[in-house]
Design a binder for this molecule. Structure first.
Ligand code: ME8
Length: 700
């Protein structure tokens, strides 16, 4: 397809206005997750938007909407280059291994995506270059020079006041890097008004509202042109016509949402069929999605996404879980102790989508026991057990002359179905599930009030017993269909135990009619769908695992928790054994540290102001050094046998400035000087500079 046709086709569609975040009236549904950096192991934070996307896709598909779910990996850029270097592994081998690890980690959660895009896919690379050329031809790109600060972990240029800033990335708490190089720029400033206009006309474009307001005030505050190429980064897509430049990794990554559908190629049928998308993104990457991405698309004349929805962060101890802090819940631990549907349910029910939410193993166990074991699981097993015991496994069916109580149950179930759909369409998963559980509670109460176990003892009340169990069984059928997108594995399991025909994930709950004829076989195999979890036992097992040595996987870039160990006896009863995430091969941890490990060490230039021997200590010198700080520091150094005090006064040295203070011979040492250990006796030779360096200058 030529560029003009792409533009004409997409601009036409861009004019249509949509008010709902997602809509049941649409023929197609397209949902995306962020594509994940392959610089660290996957953790539950990555799985979060992915399993939400999976649930939504299953929800729409079950209701007959032609749906497409895209996820994948962001594989270019300086942070990936460094992660591979830190492991001492070739780049292509590194990215392939981490991609496999992501896929293997997601599979046990029941995540079934339609496509896994990789930014190293040749088709993607060609389409990104095409998008660049279109923007260039339309005059949106120019060459200039970038000078400023950059966070290699965010892959973001940072606006900082050099006088007041500590030059550390607030998100990653790591030093910013100085960049001064030739760069291509995108005329983002020209899109301020068109973007504001789009936000005003399409309130659904950025959601939730609180995030929309943030984006509007950011854009209203003025937009600067965006640097979109790097000469100092080689691992990426070359700029068309100027291959010394590499396309900025966010330009490359954001394009995945259309390149995956074949945009810019002759195979663009999926683009025509599914675009525009619902983008699920973490609130940490909202600006790129709600400002840069639509501006690129507008510039190229491509229809904008339908909605960019920013979800909240999963927290641990009040802090964002993630690779930076290394506090993320490990997918290996989750997999060993908790059934996938329980993890899905917890994240959808406990964490209000759009807001931050704390995740703990204890809360996971509590939710499982209250809502799943005692709620849905108990309703299923007691209903099916009574059908087996009182009706030889043949569920009684409803008759026309049912009483008003049965009618009340059916109308509550219909109400649950209506509310569930309304909330899921608005991405309020927690409230949707709450509605389904209100239905479960109503059926439970109905059973308890009618005491079928008593009715079963009296042959004269057989018809009443039939009516009670027919109602319970029918309600369960509707409820299982309803919760199937959130609990795919256990819904299928209960459905099979109910001996119903078909797959609950392909039956639209809104088309299931109360009391309709159904195909059902004899029930005889009943087992609890959600066994009750023993909190004390599981917590002790998890703690033991954390204490025990585990097989070390490589923590690329900044790590993120330990590698999963072997399958333990804690595997949940009734759950199939799941494949272990393979440990990535790599050099032993003692030889290789990551760039972030190194970045933790603060090395600074200093001048020795004073030096004297410490009384009664042969080896120690007490030094007063100038580190460019308001007050000089005291440092104790074990060099007295090799350096006389007067020999080193005035010397320029290198100090580890962020070592915890330590007391030696009653004196506090606030740092450590660097020296090489030379010869057989390990004589220290002080490290220094051959050029003039100001005190306090940082070594990197
Ligand atoms: O930002 N809670 O990739 P990334 C919830 N490659 N979600 C979390 C989370 C947490 N604690 N931690 C991570 C990138 N996430 C880019 C995206 S898209 C064109 C390019 C989720 O690997 C969250 O959605 O750093 C976050 O935005 C996403 O992981 C990206 O992680």
């Amino acid at each position: 397809m030529n560029d003009d046709r792409i533009v004409a086709q997409t601009v036409g569609r861009a004019l249509s206005t949509r008010l709902a975040i997602t809509s049941m009236g649409e023929k197609t549904f397209y949902v995306t997750t962020p594509i994940f950096y392959v610089n660290a192991k996957p953790h539950i934070g990555h799985a979060y938007p992915t399993l939400v996307a999976d649930t939504l896709t299953r929800f729409y598909r079950q209701r007959g909407v032609d749906s497409y779910f895209l996820t994948g990996t962001d594989e270019h850029g300086i942070n990936i280059e460094r992660a591979a270097a830190a492991r001492g592994v070739a780049l292509t081998k590194h990215v392939d291994e981490i991609v496999d690890e992501f896929k293997t980690a997601f599979a046990p959660l029941g995540i079934e995506y339609d496509q896994w895009i990789r930014t190293t896919d040749p088709g993607h690379e060609a389409a990104v270059a095409k998008l660049w050329r279109i923007l260039d031809e339309r005059g949106h790109i120019y060459k200039s020079r970038y000078e400023g600060w950059y966070c290699p972990n965010c892959n973001e240029f940072k606006e900082v006041d050099e006088k007041t800033s500590d030059l550390v990335c607030p998100t990653h708490e790591r030093p910013l890097e100085r960049l001064a190089e030739e760069s291509y720029f995108f005329r983002l400033s020209a899109f301020q008004e068109p973007l504001l206009d789009h936000y005003a006309k399409h309130p659904e474009f950025v959601q939730p509202d609180v995030r929309r307001n943030e984006v509007i005030s950011f854009v209203a505050g003025g937009l600067k042109d965006l640097s979109i190429s790097r000469v100092s980064v080689k691992w990426g897509i070359p700029v068309p016509g100027d291959p010394k430049h590499t396309i900025y990794v966010w330009f490359d990554a954001l394009s995945n949402y259309i390149t995956a559908l074949g945009w810019g190629t002759d195979e663009h049928q999926k683009f025509a069929r599914y675009w525009p998308a619902l983008h699920l993104v973490g609130k940490d990457i909202l600006r790129m999605h709600a400002v840069y991405w639509p501006a690129f698309l507008m510039g190229a004349g491509i229809e904008l996404p339908r909605t960019v929805y920013a979800h909240g962060m999963l927290l641990r101890g009040g802090q964002k879980m993630g690779k930076s802090l290394g506090n993320a819940i490990d997918l290996g631990v989750l997999k060993r102790h908790f059934a996938p549907d329980l993890i899905r349910y917890f994240l959808l029910r406990e964490v209000a989508f759009g807001q931050d939410g704390e995740m703990t193993y204890e809360a996971l166990i509590d939710r499982s026991n209250s809502d799943l074991a005692d709620g849905l699981g108990n309703l299923a097993s007691r209903t099916l057990t009574m059908v087996r015991n009182y009706f030889d496994g043949h569920p009684p069916r409803l008759r026309n002359e049912e009483q008003s109580e049965t009618e009340d149950v059916s109308s509550r179930i219909e109400e649950a179905k209506r509310r569930f759909d309304e909330e899921f369409v608005a991405l309020n998963f927690s409230r949707g599930l709450e509605a389904a559980w209100a239905g479960i509670a109503r059926v439970d109460k109905f059973i308890t009030d009618n005491q079928p176990w008593k009715l079963a003892k009296d042959p004269a009340r057989r018809a009443q017993l039939e009516s009670v169990l027919a109602t319970a069984y029918e309600a369960l059928r509707h409820l299982v269909l309803l919760v199937a997108p959130a609990l795919p594995a256990t819904s299928r399991e209960i459905w099979n135990q109910m001996e119903l025909a078909g797959d609950p994930l392909t039956i639209d709950p809104n088309k299931a009619v109360w009391g309709e004829p159904i195909e059902v076989s004899k029930i005889d195999r009943i087992s609890p769908a959600f066994p009750k979890l023993d909190k004390g036992k599981i917590m002790a097992e998890i703690e033991n695992e954390n204490a025990a040595p585990v097989s070390e996987g490589v923590e690329a870039e900044d790590g993120g928790g330990k590698q999963a160990g072997n399958e333990s006896a804690g595997l949940q009863a009734g759950m199939p054994a799941l494949p272990e995430v393979p440990a990535l091969p790599g050099p032993p941890a003692t030889q290789i540290i990551t760039i972030d490990d190194f970045a933790k060490v603060e090395l600074r230039a200093a001048t020795v102001l004073e030096a004297e021997k410490v009384p009664k200590a042969d080896k120690l010198l007490r030094l007063i050094v100038d580190l460019g700080e308001p007050q000089p520091r005291q440092i104790l150094a074990g060099i007295a046998q090799h350096y006389a005090p007067e020999e080193i006064i005035g010397r320029k040295i290198i100090v580890v400035a962020n070592l915890a203070p330590r007391k030696l011979r009653g004196l506090e040492s606030n740092g450590m000087l660097l020296a090489a250990s030379v010869g057989e006796d390990g004589k220290p030779v002080l490290a220094t500079f051959t050029e003039d360096v100001p005190n306090g200058a940082r070594l990197k």
